[in-house]
Design a protein around this ligand. Structure first.
Ligand code: EPU
Length: 327
């Protein structure tokens, strides 16, 4: 990747003087890892977001939307371009619907829906990051996924400079996947549909799920959530090597045709393993934590080792769930 020229940086700063130079991205990621972005801009409104992208386009600046920074691993060399955070916190709950800016925090939007007596988004109160990021990766947990709620997603298309509303069918949601992972569109806003429910039951469910997450996933440690996607198989023949290992594969995983990456990594006894300050969480083996001062290189070495072990010993190819930036 080429460095931005002084001229490119100055031109951008003349339009958006509040943008920062050489901003350490470690300050903007949950893993607390990442070198500097040559330019960093916090877009507080959709107009600012679009304006920043148009300005970048006019000068041929590479740009990247960081989202909440919860599901990314940024290179130690940082990002040679414009890193944008979209931080607009606008959301409204009306009747059975929620309209939310992509920049709004998942926990806040899901909590507002729950407080208004809407059910179906209780799981969202436990998810870090932004609504836009959650749509991009079709985030989910405890049986819920963004795709269950989305009616439309408003996007801005940098290729045409036009805004449009995509109906759910065009979002091509799959397991931790969406159209947006494959097409360069900027998620601005979404309309979600929920169902009315009993306020007390919703409150109990929220507390239950928060307790579940606390018990099964690391808390108060720097991580990017699950590092790898769970392994989806079509046919049990794909599990031949795994089955030879002796231990029974849990019935629910066979039924769902999905083997949890955390279970596979744990099975190999890798909890607690480290490269530098990057460590496999002691609580959940699909979480890598930064115990202090870890580098992206440490994380990559650890993930490569895990992938190799899981492939060689259990016959499963793990895929990254976390997005890599600046590599
Ligand atoms: N397990 C182990 N050891 C571990 C981790 C898990 O044996 O270290 C076992 C558990 O005991 C359980 C099974 O594996 O029997 C499944 O574990 P869990 O319920 O924690 O679910 P998961 O499949 O590991 C998925 C999502 C999480 C989501 C949870 C809860 C993926 C990659 N992970 O994890 O999502 O929070 O379900 O619904 O799809 C994320 O995507 O970043 C994420 C954290």
């Amino acid at each position: 990747m080429h460095e931005l020229t002084e001229q490119q940086i100055k031109t951008f700063l003349s339009v958006f003087p509040e943008a920062k130079r050489d901003e350490p991205l470690s300050a903007h990621t949950y893993l607390k890892i990442g070198g500097p972005a040559q330019l960093y801009f916090d877009a507080k409104t959709a107009d600012d977001l679009i304006g920043a992208i148009e300005t970048a386009k006019a000068q041929n600046l590479p740009w990247y939307i960081l989202g909440g920074g919860s599901n990314v691993l940024v290179s130690d060399d940082g990002y040679k371009g414009l890193a944008i955070r979209f931080s607009e916190q606008i959301f409204t709950v009306r009747e059975r619907t929620v309209v939310s800016s992509a920049g709004a925090l998942m926990v806040l939007v899901a909590k507002a829906a729950a407080d208004a007596g809407l059910t179906g988004f209780e799981w969202g109160t436990t998810v870090p990051g932004t609504v836009g990021g959650a749509i991009y990766g079709n985030a989910g947990c405890f049986g819920g996924e963004m795709k269950d709620l989305v009616v439309t997603v408003d996007v801005y298309d940098p290729a045409t400079s036009k805004r449009r509303a995509l109906p759910k069918a065009e979002c091509k949601f799959g397991y931790r996947d969406s159209f947006f992972k494959h097409k360069n569109l900027v998620i601005l806003k979404t309309l979600l549909s929920l169902a009315p429910g009993d306020k007390d039951a919703i409150k109990t469910r929220v507390e239950e799920l928060q307790a579940k997450r606390k018990a099964s996933q690391p808390q108060g440690e720097f991580s990017a959530g699950c590092m790898f996607k769970n392994f989806e198989f079509k046919d049990e023949a794909e599990l031949e090597i795994l089955k030879r290992q002796g231990d029974e594969i849990p019935e629910d995983m066979l039924k769902r045709k999905t083997i949890s990456a955390g279970w596979l990594i744990d099975k190999l006894g890798l909890k607690g393993m480290n490269v530098g300050a990057a460590k496999v969480s002691d609580t959940h083996a699909n979480f890598l934590v930064n115990t202090g001062g870890a580098r992206a290189q440490d994380v990559l070495q650890l993930t490569s080792f895990i992938k190799m072990k899981v492939r060689d010993e259990l016959g499963v190819m793990l895929e990254d769930e976390v997005q890599l930036v600046g590599f």
